[in-house]
Ligand binder design. Structure first.
Ligand code: FPP
Length: 250
């Protein structure tokens, strides 16, 4: 297959891409395999996306790996996913270091199994000075959970008099989210044909371009990510303005 990278406009690379990795289970079922096989093949797509994002000069990549709703899946799938996560962290850590990838996590880390939380915390510390790409893993995450935590913390500050309601701006709300300090994603990708946001980054994607593909996550590789970026580059981002106003600014 032809490499699509030549079609990329280097001046219009998004800073931050977020991905809802979906379709591992269906991909496995179609092959007569169990769902965990789909997840473990999905790890290859994670590796490929990190590599491609770095090559394109994308600075932040957020992957929705486990939502707060995913706890309602069968226990053996949850256990398998957590084991896979720990094994992937252990296995990939040296290469992440070599490639200058910094790891961050959004979500409730304390709700994860202890070995998983521990290996994640170690990886976050180990990679904290890396600067080429920041990989943000959304684990035990949901946007409603995050917004609820932010609202509680803002309400607390108002209650104890350290904040007035007039000081509650967009910027202040952003600073109370787990993505504090991370620019909002310009592009949100969801694989596997579903056209939903599923409780992901609701505040942060206010102006993101949404890109849906029928490709299941284990099949999502280099050219798929490049295609999504090309489509993003061909869209007109108006932020509520008219096309004519954007033309006048050029
Ligand atoms: C969605 O497919 C996928 C997940 C909930 C898990 C994603 C996890 C990985 C790719 C592996 C580990 C990740 C890292 C960061 C190393 P699904 O199970 O919802 O598929 P379905 O919709 O077809 O059932």
């Amino acid at each position: 297959m032809t490499d699509l990278i030549a079609n990329i406009i280097p001046e219009k690379i998004p800073q931050h891409i977020a991905i809802i990795m979906d379709g591992n289970g269906r991909w496995a079922n179609e092959r007569g395999e169990n769902r965990l096989f789909g997840h473990s093949e999905g790890v290859e797509s994670v590796r490929s996306s990190i590599k491609t994002a770095k090559e394109l000069g994308i600075k932040f990549l957020t992957l929705y790996a486990f939502s707060t709703e995913n706890w309602s899946r069968p226990q053996d799938e949850i256990d398998g996913l957590m084991d896979l996560l720990v094994a992937s962290i252990m296995k990939e850590a040296p290469e992440l270091m070599e490639n200058g990838v910094r790891i961050l996590m959004i979500g409730d880390i304390e709700g994860l199994p202890e070995n998983c939380a521990k290996s994640l915390k170690n990886l976050i510390i180990e990679t904290q000075d890396n600067t080429s790409l920041t990989l943000i893993l959304a684990l035990n995450y949901s946007a409603k959970w995050e917004l609820k935590m932010a609202i509680k913390s803002i309400a607390h500050a108002v209650n104890n008099g350290t904040l007035t309601t007039n000081e509650i701006t967009d910027d202040l709300v952003s600073k109370h989210l787990s993505t504090k300090g991370i620019p909002d994603p310009e592009l949100l990708i969801r694989t596997s044909g579903e056209r939903r946001i599923s409780n992901f980054l609701l505040w942060q994607i206010a102006y993101a371009e949404l890109y849906f593909t029928d490709t299941h996550w284990p099949d999502f590789r280099r050219n798929d990510l490049i295609s999504a970026v090309i489509e993003y580059q061909n869209r007109e981002r108006r932020f509520g303005k008219l096309s004519i106003q954007l033309e006048a600014k050029k």
